[in-house]
Design a protein around this ligand. Structure first.
Ligand code: FAD
Length: 446
C-alpha cells in the first residue's frame, strides 16, 4: 500500500466511522475484475428488532441517496419504522464507472443494482412507479404505477430524484438529443454515446461540453475526456478530443487534470474554458459556444443540470435552478415541513456526487429517526466525499473532501487538512477504484 493510498484510506476510515460504519468495510480487496454487487456478504436481519420507534417514511428515488436512506432507516430504526421506496425503474444503473463503459473497459451489466436486498434483508417495501405529486398538508404522495394511481400516506417524505436537464437550442427534440447524447444519466444514453465514439474515424474529432456548476460529479467530465482520449489514441490514430467548458477553468482535481490534458494527453485533448453552449446544430454536427463554433464527428453535450420538475410540483424547488433548499442537519426542505430532499436534487455546499448522496442518506435517516423519537437532529454532522478518476485506461487519481457542520453559516464546510487530491495518477489508484466502488455500492444496495 503506498503512502498516498494509506493516507486516503485512513481519512476515509475516519469518515465512515463518523458516519457509523465499521472500518472493516475498508479491508483490502484485490478482486476488482467485476464491478457488480454480486457476491457481497449479507447480514440476515429479515426480522429486525424493535427500537421503540414507529412511523411511516416514503422515499422517492432509489439511486445513491434514496437507496441509502431507505436501508439505514430500517437498519437503525428497526421493525416499527415502515419504509416504502418508490422508484420508476426496476433496477438502478450506476453512473459511477459509466465513463468506462464508453471505452469498453466495464460492462454495462456490471453497473446494475436491484432492490432485492433492500426488500429481503431490511424489509423495505419497494413500489415500482413514478411519483407524480404530493399533498404536503395531508402528507400523501401520489404514484403512477402500471396498475394505476396509488396514494401513499407518510409521516416523513424523502425525495431523492437526482437531476434533470435544461436543453440548449437545437436539442429540443428526442431525435436531436440522440445525435448529441449527454450520457450523464447512465443507461441507454451511455450505450448510444459509446457507439457514436466507436464511429469516429482515424483523425476525427470528439467534441464534448461541460455545463456550468453546480453539476453532478464535478470531476466526471474531465475524467470522460481523459478516458476517451486514451481510447482514441489506441484505436483511432490522429483523433482528437475538444473539451468545451462553460466554466472559467477546471472545476475539480485541477492539478491532476491539468497534467492529464497538458502532458499525458498532450496533442490529443484541446481544452477550451469559458465556452458555454449557445446552440447545437446536429445537421452539421456543430456546437456553437461563446468561444465560437466547434464541429465534431461525435458530439457529447452535457446540458445545464437543473432540479427535477417533481421538486417544483411538490413545492420544494426553492433554490437556484429549481434545486431544493434544505437544512443540512436533517435535509428537511426549507420550503415545506415534513419533506426531506437528499442527493443531487438538494442545494448544499457539498458536491453532487454518489458518495455524498450515500452520506446524506445516512445523516437524513439518523435525523428522521431522532425526530420520530421526539428528539432534535444531531447538531454536528460530518460527511465525506470521495471520487476516483481514471486518467488513462490503466491509471487513476482521486479526490476526497470532509465536510463538517458550521453553526455560524448553517452549512457544511470543508475541514482543512482533511481534503485533497492524489499526488499523481497511478495503477494502484486504478485498482483501488474498483474496491472503493464495490464498497460504496454494497453499503448502499446490500
Ligand atoms: C459519468 C458519471 C460518473 C460519475 N462518477 C462518480 C464518482 O466517481 N463518484 C461519485 O461519488 N459520484 C459520481 N457520479 C455522480 C453520481 O452518480 C450522482 O451524484 C448520484 O447518482 C446522485 O445520486 P441521487 O440518488 O441523487 O440520484 P440518482 O442516482 O440519479 O438516483 C435518482 C433515482 O430517482 C429515480 N427517480 C427520479 N424521479 C423519480 C420519480 N418521480 N419517481 C420515481 N423515481 C424517480 C431515478 O430513476 C433514479 O433511480 C458520476 C456521475 C456521472 C454521470
Amino acid at each position: 500500500m503506498t503512502n498516498n493510498r494509506r493516507q486516503f484510506i485512513s481519512r476515509l476510515a475516519a469518515m465512515l466511522a463518523a458516519a457509523g460504519l465499521p472500518p472493516a468495510v475498508l479491508a483490502d480487496d484485490d478482486d476488482h475484475e467485476s464491478a457488480s454487487s454480486s457476491g457481497t456478504t449479507a447480514t440476515s436481519t429479515a426480522a429486525l428488532p424493535s427500537t421503540g420507534l414507529s412511523g411511516r417514511v416514503v422515499v422517492v428515488g432509489g439511486g445513491m441517496a434514496g437507496a441509502s436512506v431507505a436501508k439505514f432507516l430500517r437498519l437503525w430504526g428497526g421493525a416499527g419504522v415502515q419504509v416504502t421506496l418508490v422508484e420508476r425503474a426496476p433496477r438502478y444503473t450506476s453512473n459511477i464507472l459509466s465513463n468506462l463503459v464508453l471505452t469498453d473497459t466495464v460492462a454495462m451489466t456490471s453497473l446494475a443494482f436491484d432492490y432485492g436486498r433492500l426488500a429481503s434483508t431490511y424489509g423495505v417495501k419497494v413500489v415500482q412507479g413514478e411519483a407524480v405529486g404530493a399533498d404536503p398538508i395531508a402528507r400523501r404522495l401520489t404514484v403512477a404505477t402500471a396498475s394505476g394511481l396509488q396514494v401513499l400516506d407518510y409521516d416523513r417524505l424523502v425525495v431523492a430524484p437526482g437531476i434533470d436537464f435544461a436543453w440548449p437550442a437545437g436539442l429540443e427534440t428526442p431525435e436531436a438529443r440522440s445525435l448529441a447524447p449527454h450520457a450523464w444519466q447512465a443507461g441507454p444514453q451511455t450505450l448510444l454515446l459509446r457507439d457514436q465514439i466507436r464511429a469516429i474515424p482515424a483523425g476525427g474529432t470528439f467534441v464534448m461540453t461541460i455545463p456550468p456548476t453546480p453539476y453532478r460529479c464535478p470531476p466526471g467530465p474531465y475524467e470522460r475526456a481523459c478516458v476517451v482520449a486514451d481510447w482514441l489514441k489506441r484505436n483511432r490514430p490522429g483523433a482528437r478530443v475538444v473539451v468545451l467548458d462553460a466554466n472559467a477553468g477546471i472545476t475539480a482535481e485541477r492539478e491532476n487534470f491539468t497534467r492529464a490534458f497538458e502532458v499525458t494527453h498532450a496533442g490529443v485533448i484541446t481544452y477550451v474554458p469559458n465556452a458555454p453552449v449557445t446552440s447545437v446544430d446536429t445537421a452539421t454536427r456543430t456546437v456553437h459556444t461563446a468561444m465560437g463554433p466547434f464541429r465534431g464527428d461525435a458530439l457529447n453535450v452535457i446540458p445545464t443540470n437543473v432540479g427535477p420538475r417533481l421538486l417544483a410540483d411538490i413545492g420544494v424547488g426553492n433554490a437556484a435552478r429549481g434545486f431544493a433548499g434544505v437544512d443540512v442537519l436533517s435535509y428537511e426542505s426549507t420550503a415545506m415541513g415534513g419533506i426531506h430532499v437528499i442527493g443531487d436534487a438538494s442545494a448544499t455546499t457539498q458536491p453532487k456526487a454518489g458518495h455524498i448522496g450515500n452520506q446524506e442518506g445516512k445523516v437524513c435517516a439518523d435525523a428522521i429517526l431522532r425526530l420520530l423519537g421526539g428528539n432534535l437532529p444531531d447538531p454536528s454532522p460530518v460527511t465525506n466525499s470521495s471520487c476516483y478518476s481514471p486518467i488513462t485506461l490503466s491509471t487513476a487519481s482521486w479526490l476526497t473532501a470532509v465536510f463538517a457542520y458550521d453553526p455560524a453559516t448553517g452549512t457544511m464546510k470543508t475541514v482543512p487538512g482533511a481534503s485533497g487530491e492524489a499526488l499523481a495518477a497511478s495503477k494502484d489508484h486504478y485498482e483501488d477504484m474498483f474496491v472503493w466502488f464495490r464498497t460504496l455500492m454494497r453499503d448502499t444496495f446490500a
